[in-house]
Ligand binder design. Sequence first.
Ligand code: KG4
Ligand code: ZN
Length: 338
Amino acid sequence: MLVLGIESSCDETGVALVRAEGPAAPPRLLAHALHSQIDMHQAYGGVVPELASRDHIRRVLPLTRQVLAQAGCGLEDIDTIAYTRGPGLAGALLVGAGLACALGAALDRPVVGVHHLEGHLLSPFLSADPPEFPFVALLVSGGHTQLMRVEDVGRYELLGETIDDAAGEAFDKSAKLLGLGYPGGPALARLAEFGDPDVFTLPRPLLHSGTLDFSFAGLKTAVWTQVRKLGDRVCEQDRAHLAASTQAAIVDVLVKKSLAALKQTGLSRLVVAGGVGANRRLRAMLDAQAQRRGWRVHYPELHLCTDNGAMIALAAAMRLQREPQRARRDYAFDIAPR
Ligand code: KG4
Ligand code: ZN
């Protein structure tokens, strides 16, 4: 089964081809291409939805041609077309849904709408060292922070989630307060390399709440208070210390809650997915804990941590291996922005 995957939920256009054999083997990535709109949105300090949709329209066909050429395939070789159904920006999602349905109708092939977070969650199955079920998943993206017990594909139990801001949002908003560009997460992490995480004392909200829920809104306020206190006297070194302290606070909470989730479920495998999963401090601290306790931590390949088409093709293929009836031929532009 050859699956074409299209991702267009936010500010990256991603297209990929995945080959799936029997249900026992994880699907293989044949080719993937990505266009990031970061440069275009940077001037506005965030994603402008209308510009995002227009750019997806411009990019999606050339990227599709590119992956077909890379894989040495023709359109007629595609068995199923997968696209991100949501969550995301409505206009942006419609571009992927529109192309998927148009290709499906023209080629007489079924289409599958994929939940963007399921794509992130399953993305480590494309790595050289894929996880085995069951596992605990820490999903940390720009819009979501969740801990889940994952029994198998499609069998997810929510253990805890953020009650306000997402972890990626906490990185992005703190970065903005520090005068860093968009997207703030990677920029804050880079600045943090030059700082001492112990210089500023920042809150670790809900750390001892006894639940697996998160809260990051208070942290952003604490960063704002520090920035105001430093005022015009702020020097580059202070900004680096504050970046390091912010990163340490976010990572501390993510690590502690992940460990608590493993303890609570009695599982010994953790999968980390979503953009914040690219954070080096988070990876280093989780790896150190895992080594000490004999647990395994799995990540997507670094270049597949943020949004991409490969995870959408993969999630569709893994779902279809178990539930072939999910493939649709109604070609309705079915999206779910929320
Ligand atoms: O999963 P993703 O690409 O998009 C969403 O589905 O939201 O995640 C994007 C988020 C942004 O908030 C970005 O700042 C954050 O991931 N991010 C990072 C790093 N790389 C991306 N946060 C911290 N450290 C990083 N290295
Ligand atoms: Zn994402």
